[in-house]
Write a protein of this length. Structure first.
Lengths: 397, 108, 323
């Protein structure tokens, strides 16, 4: 019997990990993801979850411990936030290139300097090019979904990639939302047992990772490139199964909200999507032809889906909560990938970047109305006045 | 989608097979300038050469009751000569041997 | 969480002719001719046997052994970063505990051995090594000590002796002795503060029977264990490669290397000379010390004299060991 509970994103993550029957967990405390580990510690201590709970000495160690565990043949889980995510950076390429499909839960936190507990996507986004699957949840329910979906996709032998499962710190990680917990039998049907092709086992000796020549390095990189090319089909398959088994209606890469006759749209991911929906509802009631497109996976980036979805609008506001100092147009990360996705189209919508929620700041309805106003003006004038707006910090237009 | 030229394959995730008794992808016998030569009459099978060779190139042939050198891999470091308890091993110039200096077919 | 999952007892050996014949570190590796670390690796692999998983943090025993796309390890082996040998080993041990408990693997916990250089043990790898010792994982951490970051072309490490010439401590008119710092005492770092550790020992390639027995004893102990193995490096220390074992012997005879075991708070010493040879005899055979003046050698001798008076600092208060 499926149970409905009010759970924070962190609690939902722990429930998902428990139902995925993770076998080795490595903890280290840093706000705000720590709550995931505290929940799991209780589950292990009272026998609800049969797993080894290893106290890592730091985030770099966390990733190293679960790398060893997953290479030995156990389903492994770790997590972090903010500078913890970037401290472990050395390990991300070895894990992805070694094709070890472990999972890292990230509850976003702004990077230092200085200490700032608020949510910003920069921590995870700065690791996006190492060959990990990466995506964001809008709600605790999506955190639960994404944990299971990512284990299923990452462990598939056509993919074999590790996964960053991301949720906004505080807004998702600590605010409760409705989560439907399925039956264990349903989860077992969706997620087969972990089976690495060449685990470390004295019965079948192998050597993991001897030194290579530079000309062999290209081929190592091509392997990861090929896995990312093959991943979208596996994602679609997995989500089809997820919808069938759990009675849901998730779209794998993009969710469109009120886009049927929209002229302008927000392109957004993560916690603030919820506020954006309310803004869209209100603006629609005022006759504004506005919609919203929500992104689920940053890696693999769904280029064709983005092009198809956004091509129907006249102007798109890319709402970003991560920084890319000094990049082209001095925009955020998402703007570049959106523009690249749209480049081949004969007719491209106008695009602007809205830097919002950085540092963990609230993004309110008024902020979305401001963004919508800019987009509407752009459509009227046939051009954008600026490419990048730091919402709340721009001079009056 | 990608064409990997023949001979350039790299196993998935760089996971290579473990060797069994030797690693023929790393022949090192052509490193040496000097080759250890055994005078069996002087040898008392102390096993120093077998134990102290970093490359496991001396092994005891139990049937023959003789230590035998693996010339394919011996680097000519001469630890065995230095540690031999009975001076049964001496250095000989590699190029004085008919099969002196084993060459790789495809050097790096 | 400690479940006795190993009943293995590897037996000690008495003589060199009892050294096991099977090779698990096979011929065909790109280490230097006369490489001390390669010799200890061969002996460790023999001692451990086939039910073993090795971890290879970046260093000579990774790069030189595993070039290119091939290795000499006949047992399972995995490369780790130089930073995290202890952490990866911890993860493998945790995985085997849960997999055996759940019946997903059969048999016993395999030997899990980290083969780290001095940098990967006491410098950049110190955090992970200490955490593995603290958490009580049933695994062995070996430091093969060639007293430098040798793989990268001989740079100073925390175990490089005072007065050594390395590419980061070259002697010059402003700094005549080269290295001015005295080394960390690595076994003491382990013994000093890790309650879960029950066995720590130093060993040397000069005494292979003793080395093999210490490896086996460490593997038989349930819990984390540490071995510090002296592994002279002909290239880094600048001596004739035929003399690798001889140099290792001389290190013990002069007191530059001390042989002991520490087990549950008790020290046992091996190969302790009745009369130590002067350090000068050790130093004059190695190019890395060629620049030392009499004053420098005297300083080194004083350091050794103090060290050999009490190899291993006895712990003043008993270290509590968990049940």
């Amino acid at each position: 019997m499926a149970r409905e509970m009010m759970l924070s994103g962190c609690a939902a993550a722990a429930q998902a990990a428990k139902m995925a029957q993770v076998e080795v967990i490595c903890s280290y405390p840093i706000r705000p993801y720590t709550a995931i580990m505290m929940e799991l510690a209780k589950m292990v201590a009272n026998g609800e979850l049969d797993a080894e709970f290893v106290h890592g000495e730091g985030e770099h160690a966390q990733l190293s411990v679960v790398l060893g565990a997953a290479a030995a043949g156990a389903r492994a889980l770790t997590g972090s936030s903010g500078v913890g995510v970037t401290y472990a950076f050395e390990t991300y390429s070895p894990i992805a290139g070694g094709r070890i499909p472990l999972q890292m839960m990230i509850a976003d936190r702004a990077l230092d300097p200085p200490g700032d507990f608020g949510s910003e996507h920069t921590d995870a986004m700065s690791c996006r090019d190492q060959g990990w699957l990466m995506g964001w949840a809008e709600s605790p329910q999506e955190v639960f979904d994404n944990c299971l979906i990512n284990y299923r996709v990452g462990e598939d032998h056509r993919v074999l990639l590790p996964q960053f499962v991301c949720q906004d710190g505080y807004f998702v990680s600590h605010i409760p939302g409705k989560v439907v917990l399925p039956e264990q039998s349903q989860v077992d049907e969706f997620l087969p047992p972990y089976a690495l092709p060449h685990p470390l086992d004295p019965k079948r000796p192998v050597s993991h990772g001897p030194q290579i020549r530079p000309d062999q390095g290209t081929i190592m990189d091509l392997q990861r490139a090929q896995a990312m090319l093959d991943a979208p089909a596996v994602i679609r398959e997995a989500i089809d199964d997820y919808n069938r088994i759990f009675g849901r209606n998730i779209s794998p890469f993009l969710e469109e909200y009120m886009t049927e006759d929209a002229e302008i749209a927000f392109f957004i991911m993560g916690a603030h999507t919820m506020t954006a929906r309310h803004a869209v509802n209100h603006l629609r009631s005022q006759g504004v032809k506005i919609g919203l497109v929500k992104l689920r996976f940053v890696r693999p980036w769904p280029t064709e889906d983005v092009a198809a979805a956004l091509s129907k609008f006249k102007a798109v506001g890319v709402v970003e909560t991560s920084t890319s100092y000094g990049s082209a147009m001095h925009g955020g990360n998402l703007l570049h990938e959106v523009r690249a996705s749209l480049y081949e189209l004969p007719q491209r919508p106008l695009t602007t970047s809205f830097m919002a929620g950085l540092g963990g700041e609230m993004v309110g309805l008024k902020d979305f109305y401001y963004m919508a106003d800019i987009l509407s003006k752009a459509v009227k004038e046939g051009k954008t006045r600026k490419t990048v707006y730091w919402v709340g910090f721009e001079a009056e237009d | 989608m990608f064409i990997i030229p023949k001979g350039k394959e790299v196993p998935l995730g760089c996971v290579t097979p473990a060797p069994v008794s030797e690693q023929p992808m790393m022949i090192t016998g052509n490193w040496r300038e000097y080759r250890p030569v055994l005078e069996p009459e002087k040898c008392d099978l102390c096993m120093n050469c077998v134990v102290f060779c970093p490359d496991a190139c001396f092994q005891l042939d139990e049937a023959e009751e003789k230590v035998v050198l693996n010339e394919k891999y011996c680097k000519g470091c001469n630890i065995c000569i230095n540690e031999c308890a009975t001076d049964a091993l001496t250095m000989a110039y590699e190029l004085d041997f008919d099969d002196g200096v084993v060459r790789l077919e495809k050097p790096f | 969480m400690t479940v006795a999952v190993r009943t293995q007892t590897l037996p000690p050996i008495k003589l060199i002719r009892n050294v096991p014949k099977e090779e698990y570190y096979v011929p065909g590796h790109r280490t230097c001719a006369g490489c001390g670390p390669a010799l200890q690796y061969k002996l460790v692999a023999k001692a451990a046997g086939p039910n073993t998983i090795f971890l290879g943090p970046t260093g000579c025993m990774y790069v030189a052994n595993a070039s290119y796309l091939c290795t000499p390890y006949a047992v399972p082996w995995m490369h780790t970063q130089i930073t995290n040998g202890g952490a990866v080993a911890s993860g493998i041990e945790a995985a085997y505990r849960v997999l055996l408990r759940k019946g997903k693997r059969e048999g016993e916990l395999p030997n899990i051995i980290v083969m780290a250089g001095d940098g990967g043990t006491a410098d950049i790898g110190l955090q992970a090594m200490s955490a593995m010792m603290y958490r009580g994982h049933d695994a062995l951490f070996i430091c093969y000590d060639n007293e430098a970051y040798a793989n990268t072309g001989i740079q100073t490490s925390p175990t490089t002796p005072y007065g050594a010439n390395t590419t980061f401590t070259p002697p010059g008119s402003a700094i005549p002795e080269g290295k001015t710092l005295f080394p960390k005492d690595v076994p003491q770092l382990v013994i000093g503060g890790h309650p879960a550790v029950k066995y720590v020992a130093t060993a040397s390639i000069a005494y292979p029977v003793d080395l093999i027995n210490k490896v086996r004893k460490a593997l038989n102990v349930q819990g984390p264990t540490f071995l510090h193995i002296h592994s002279p490096c002909p290239k880094g220390w600048k001596f004739d490669e035929a003399k690798t074992v001889e140099i290792a012997r001389l290190a013990i005879e002069t007191g530059m290397w001390n042989m002991y075991e520490w087990e549950n708070g008790e020290y046992r010493y091996q190969f302790k000379p009745k009369k130590y040879k002067p350090v000068r005899e050790y130093v004059k055979l190695q190019g890395r010390f060629a620049h030392l003046s009499e004053a420098h050698i005297a300083k080194l001798q004083a350091f050794v004299d103090a060290k050999v008076r009490a190899p291993g600092i006895p712990v003043a208060t008993p270290v509590p060991t968990p049940q």
